[in-house]
Ligand binder design. Structure first.
Ligand code: NAD
Length: 492
């Protein structure tokens, strides 16, 4: 669907979107394209340029050439560009929201109210942080001054469940730290990242500072992570893909940051506010459960399990399933037929093994890619439904009798992204929070966090931390300038 006058531009939700790459400040097309369909109704949205090694080389080369001048600008100079970019995102909030919803099926209400605003904040916040990074001085045998030195070209690779938010979460700190960027958006939902390129031009970013290369993981992602001229690779996606990228990065010893999948425990104690816990459990189904941080293993104290289940069932009944463009909808479609088959495969196999649905358990009549919010019980800890990430609206329900048992169940997977703990006893919360394996523990809350805090996963959920100064620790080269003090002859 081109707009007629320009064969490379399609209209999505009334917004013109260029389907080509953005390399060195210009639109570049490829001979090959890949198709993008809306999960809402299967509508064909666009044929997007599909990069191979040549386009990737051009993008890395443009970023490499743009790097010295961008680094030289310093945090203040870069911050002016980034503030303009954040402003441009805010000005186009509703267009970005509408395109994202059409492209990946995420909720329009969330995209309009929170997600795109968070995208803008991802840019402006890290610009501010870079400007205000305190100079750390360690006075020891010498004067050690710690400085953050721009490192070079950062390759940023993002998934489809929140492409704009997760891309800006990397683009903001990388650019603020003085890196130049090659962004490879997800092939299942690439369109808002194309708009990000337009907005970078609107903000006047110099050519080559931000490049967007569209394409699949194998044709575009692989040559990007194999490229020898990268200073950093930041990847958000599945653990399996991270293992492949890790092998490539190892060849050139390129530092990686990996934000990966999860199977997060949601612990409800016998002294918890059960209404609050139930509301938050129902919230795990938002965006059809395609949320890496979702607490997908409900671990509830046996004495309150029946009571909690009644409240959760009532809360889930109040979550309308349907078209994500409807502002009342809370659970939209899964992204593709492949994802739908994956989710239903997990549930069907678990039921064959003996799992019993407490809620849902199959497709939802709202449309082809809709799946009912599902909670399965009578599961064994060793089953894949307990151990593996489903990435759909599917939770498992297990009970426990002692805090030790709760912690053992919580920690008994290979993941360690997040954990939720509901209890009214602060000491118990603290004890449990320290014992669970997780990059983030939410006590009596979920999903809220500050951009200054570290974010990442333990075990198979990731390598490294981003957020706050941790982002600069990753994107920049941390340098120690060790100077002999006046009162000493020499130092070793
Ligand atoms: P994915 O790993 O299939 O793809 C992610 C990105 O990697 C895509 O852009 C893809 O094209 C690219 N890619 C694939 N193969 C590649 C290769 N060989 N080289 C370079 N790039 C390659 O993941 P997905 O299905 O898009 O996303 C879902 C996963 O992402 C889930 O596991 C979810 O938990 C995880 N996720 C994690 C976080 C987090 O912050 N920890 C956030 C969102 C999603």
């Amino acid at each position: 669907m081109s707009t007629g006058s320009d064969p490379h531009t399609v209209e999505v939700a009334g917004v013109p979107v260029d389907t080509r790459h953005w390399i060195d400040g210009a639109r570049v097309e490829s001979g090959e394209t890949f198709a993008v369909e809306s999960p809402i109704d299967g509508a064909h949205l666009a044929e997007v340029s599909s990069a191979g090694a040549d386009e990737v080389d051009a993008a890395v080369d443009a970023a490499r050439r743009a790097f010295p001048a961008w680094a030289e600008l310093g945090p203040e100079g870069r911050g002016e560009y980034l503030d303009r970019l954040a402003r441009a995102i805010r000005e186009h909030n509703d267009e970005l929201a509408a395109v994202e919803t059409t492209d990946n099926g995420s909720l329009l209400i969330g995209n309009r109210k929170n997600v795109m605003a968070r995208g803008a904040l991802n840019i402006s916040h890290f610009a501010d942080l870079a400007r205000n990074l305190p100079t750390e001085v360690i006075e020891g045998s010498v004067r050690n001054e710690v400085v953050y030195q721009p490192s070079g070209v950062a390759a940023l690779i993002t998934p489809w469940n929140a492409p704009f938010m997760l891309s800006t979460w990397k683009v903001g700190p990388a650019l603020a730290a003085g890196s130049t960027v090659v962004l490879k958006p997800p092939e299942w939902a690439p369109l808002t990242c194309s708009l990000l390129a337009d907005l970078s031009a609107e903000a006047g970013l110099p050519p080559g500072v931000l490049n967007v290369v569209q394409g699949t993981g194998s044709r575009a992602g692989q040559p990007l992570v194999d490229h020898p001229d990268l200073a950093r690779i930041s990847f958000t996606g599945s653990t399996d893909t991270a293992r492949v990228i890790g092998r490539s990065a190892a060849r050139s010893l390129t530092p990686v940051s990996f934000e990966l999948g999860g199977k997060s425990p949601f612990i409800v104690c016998d002294d918890a506010d059960l209404d609050s816990a139930a509301r938050t459990i129902a919230h795990q189904f938002i965006n059809a459960g395609q949320v890496c941080l979702a607490g997908t293993r409900i671990l509830v104290h046996r004495s309150v399990a029946d009571d909690l289940l009644g409240r959760v069932t009532a809360a889930v009944d109040h979550l309308p399933v349907g078209d994500p463009r409807d502002l009342a909808t809370r659970i939209g479609p899964l992204i593709t037929r492949r994802q739908f088959d994956r989710v239903s495969g997990f549930v069907d196999r678990a039921r064959e093994q003996g799992a019993r649905p407490l809620i849902g358990g199959g497709p939802h009549p709202a449309g082809e890619l809709y799946y009912s919010p599902t909670i399965l019980t009578d599961v064994d800890q060793s089953w894949e439904i307990v151990q593996r990430e489903v990435f759909g609206p599917v939770l498992v329900w297990q009970t426990w009798e002692s805090d030790t048992e709760a912690v053992e169940l919580a920690n008994d997977t290979h993941y360690g992204l997040a954990a939720m703990i509901y209890t009214s006893d602060p000491d118990r919360a603290d004890r449990l929070a320290r014992r669970v394996v997780a990059g983030t523990v939410w006590v009596n809350c979920f999903f809220v966090r500050d951009l200054d805090a570290p974010f990442g996963g333990a075990r198979d959920s990731g390598i490294g931390r981003e957020g706050g100064r941790w982002s600069f620790d990753f994107y920049a080269d941390v340098k120690n300038i060790a100077t002999r003090r006046d009162d000493q002859e020499r130092s070793t």
